[in-house]
Design a protein around this ligand. Structure first.
Ligand code: BGC
Length: 763
């Protein structure tokens, strides 16, 4: 754990330069706007530890699969979000020596991520070899309302006269660290310099995404900059300036970048569009663009902010999580999704995982208009044909759909057999998300038009994936990996069996509901999907006669067959120097151990809580949590919610901090690779579902607050169906305001509260 980030309710602050954590800070201070994003690499040259990262949403490369031993059914490639044109370099050379904080230690270094205004700032001084002391301030954003625009302002004040050369560089000479064969993923790179604009154009190999990026650099100050020669090489442009800087007079460099891809702009319009965006930016000017940026972020905060009174550590953390989520995904394009690292690193290839449905969807349901969450569902609907193809490759038939564990375009691109072929519970999360969306929004129409196709494909998959055990006289599911990836190829993972049965039931019930509400639509669905009565009967039969491993003595569902044969030694008895076990133990040792990576049986309790009473919740939590190492970022949030449910408030708070401050304190020792964006939605869930106890039951919004002792209150706005509500919860009382929409009934601790339009009710 590294506690070098200062606590502040609206800011992330690194005070004093922590070069030993340079890559962690690059992740934490990343910027993004849903369309593009960057790690917080320094503008000036830095020869120390760095992971250069500049990414564009949806632009990926199918990197050829690399495995030790090929197995039939493996996908040909692993999609990678690409490190693309880097536009943020401003190299500074003072009296012939290049500024490099790895060589010349900064004084009074302060880096700040101003989350309220969406601004990354740095301020520091540095003494150069010639003896001149430079005071430098930088500001940077990726613009939230001008999605193709990035900007930097750098101000330099020397304490004596000196010569400063500025090199404003844009380069396509960029590689992915995560590349299976050290390949350069780009081709057809061209660059040029015209009308004071430096530009680079390139295409991805194989996928053919065309990217065109241009920068324009302005030098504003009372001193005269002299334009030096602009160097145009094959991959880069170096736009250079020289100034005889005067003692204690600031020089200022402002650089705007327009980054376009053919996902949004026709290649024929690239150059015109780029010029337009850069000219508009210049006309607007730095201050106004910052103000626009602040306004765009204010809109996000109005809907998504959570105020925690009395605990700045918790407050800072929740805002950081919300901020990073909205930097990653803003929901206006159903071709995009949420990579586990967002725009903060290359790990996980920037691809889509079950994380989106199981964790992120509810966050967007609560904090944005329903079309954002709907876009996430439509993304999977659009991938249905590929999911069917994917299942066919594995031998399934009749429209059975197996969604990929990892994907960019609907094709599976994960290639470890125990996950690719066996971690099939992901299919369940996709069905569950449809339920979640309809339950929250009341948008029943979604089922008829999109949802049912996906559900039927998924139900068909499960009904073929199970087999009947003559021995048990029950249906079983063999050879799977549950959410706990520290067990592979197990039989009857309880969670997978549970969600499989639930999916088949949900598909069946949904068909029945459509039949009841509109016979014509029902007939359309039956015809479209060629559904036979026998298959619906089979879903029912499997559901009624599925095998679930259970121990009568302990009265717990077993994670999988044979779980109790393991040596059950609680995590608390492990030596600290053995943790995280994934870094210290062989895979063989991990697989035979009882240790659980992340919620598995408990994930099922989280999804299907109404099927279990409080005693069952307690029993299962007390049995499984002590064996859980939480080595997936997705783990602490679910445990925080369940701890709250069973009244273990201290644990709930402990898990909250662990999920919320995971990256700010590098708790899992891997933030250098990027932030854990998808689990950040879990942080939001541990406040909304955990401490606020928010649920939707039979169409009614309900709260059962359990606020941590340390907090005096939690406040947030929430969109729920036709209403926009303000929720303020404290230990003594609660306040609900109906800010917009018709009168609404809300349940608080079991009592129904009627709130007329535009009224506030104190409870
Ligand atoms: C977790 C998976 C998750 C993936 C991406 C893994 O470590 O075990 O559940 O989908 O990370 O976040």
């Amino acid at each position: 754990m590294k506690k070098y980030i200062q606590v502040h309710p609206w800011e992330i602050v690194e005070s004093g330069f922590h070069s030993e954590f340079a890559k962690i800070s690059e992740s934490i201070f990343s910027l993004g706007n849903g369309r593009m994003g960057q790690r917080a690499n320094f503008e000036e040259h830095y020869s120390g530890q760095t992971l250069q990262g500049s990414y564009l949403a949806g632009v990926y490369y199918p990197d050829k699969t690399r495995v030790g031993w090929w197995k039939n059914g493996y996908p040909e490639y692993f999609a990678k979000v690409l490190n693309s044109v880097s536009w943020n370099q401003i190299r500074v050379i003072v009296d012939g020596v290049e500024l490099d904080l790895n060589k010349y230690e900064p004084i009074d270094f302060q880096r700040t991520l101003d989350m309220k205004n969406g601004l990354l700032k740095r301020a520091f001084s540095v003494i150069m070899p010639s003896g001149v002391k430079l005071s430098i301030e930088t500001q940077r954003w990726t613009h939230m309302s001008r999605k193709n625009l990035g900007g930097i302002r750098m101000q330099i004040t020397p304490d004596r006269d000196c010569e400063i050369n500025i090199h404003s560089v844009i380069t396509g000479d960029i590689r992915n660290q995560d590349s299976n064969y050290d390949e350069f993923f780009w081709e057809d790179t061209q660059s040029g310099y015209e009308n004071a604009i430096s530009w680079v154009s390139q295409k991805t190999k194989k996928t053919g995404f065309h990217v065109y990026a241009g920068t324009r650099t302005y030098t504003n100050c009372c001193q005269t900059f002299i334009k030096s020669e602009t160097k145009v090489s094959e991959l880069s442009v170096d736009d250079a300036f020289r100034v005889e800087a005067k003692s204690n007079e600031s020089i200022e460099v402002v650089k705007y970048a327009a980054v376009l891809s053919d996902m949004y702009v026709d290649t024929a319009d690239f150059s015109k569009q780029m010029e337009l965006e850069l000219n508009e930016a210049a006309e607007c000017g730095w201050q106004k663009l910052c103000a626009e940026q602040a306004t765009a972020w204010q809109e996000v905060w109005d809907n998504a902010d959570i105020q925690i009174e009395g605990d700045d550590t918790a407050q800072q953390a929740i805002r950081f999580n919300i901020f990073q989520l909205y930097q990653t995904y803003t929901g206006d394009d159903s071709r995009l999704n949420i990579g586990p690292k967002g725009f903060t690193g290359e790990k996980y290839g920037g691809s889509t995982y079950w994380d989106t449905e199981a964790y992120c969807l509810p966050f967007y349901l609560g904090t944005a208009t329903s079309d954002v969450a709907k876009n996430l569902l439509v993304y999977r609907h659009n991938h249905l044909p590929k999911a069917v193809e994917n299942a066919e490759k594995l031998g399934f038939t009749n429209g059975a759909a197996l969604y990929p564990m990892v994907t960019m375009n609907g094709e599976e691109c994960h290639n470890e057999w125990e996950i690719t072929f066996e971690e099939i519970h992901r299919n369940g999360a996709i069905a569950y998300a449809i339920y979640d969306y309809i339950n929250y929004t009341g948008d029943e129409e979604y089922m008829e038009t999109y949802g049912i196709d996906v559900l039927v494909g998924i139900a068909r998959f499960w009904s073929q994936r199970v087999n009947y055990s003559e021995n048990k006289k029950q249906w079983v599911m063999l050879g799977v990996t549950g959410p706990n990836e520290f067990e592979n190829n197990v039989n009857n993972n309880w969670y997978t069996n549970k969600i499989a049965v639930w999916c088949m039931q949900y598909a069946k019930d949904s068909l029945a509901a459509i039949q009841e509400s509109n016979l014509e639509t029902y007939q359309d669905v039956i015809d479209r999907l060629n559904i036979q009565n026998e298959e619906i009967d089979r879903w029912k039969e499997i559901g009624e006669n599925m095998y679930f491993p259970y121990d009568e003595e302990k009265k717990v569902y077993l994670q999988q067959d044979g779980f109790l044969d393991k040596e059950l030694i609680p995590v608390s008895e492990l030596e600290e120097n053995q943790r995280p076990i994934v870094e210290h133990w062989s895979w063989d040792k991990i697989l035979r151990s009882c240790y659980i990576k992340q919620a598995d049986v408990l994930q099922g309790f989280y999804f299907f809580e109404d099927e279990f009473d409080l005693d069952e919740h307690k029993r299962h939590f007390d049995f499984y949590e002590p064996l859980t190492v939480h080595e997936s970022s997705l783990s602490p949030c679910v445990h925080s919610i369940l701890a709250n449910k069973i009244g273990n408030h201290d644990k709930a708070y402990e898990f909250y901090l662990r999920t919320a401050r995971l990256d700010l304190e590098d708790i899992n020792n891997d933030t250098c690779d990027g932030c854990h964006i998808t689990s950040m939605a879990g942080t939001w869930l541990s406040v909304s579902k955990g401490f606020a106890g928010m649920r939707v039951k039979d169409g009614t919004l309900t709260f059962n607050p359990n606020i941590p002792k340390k907090w005096s209150s939690i406040g947030f706005n929430i969109k729920f169906r036709d209403n926009y509500l303000r929720v303020q919860l404290s230990h003594e009382s609660s306040q609900l305001s109906n800010l917009d929409g018709p009168a609404i009934d809300i349940s608080v601790n079991g009592s129904t509260i009627h709130i007329p339009s535009n009224k506030t009710i104190n409870i």
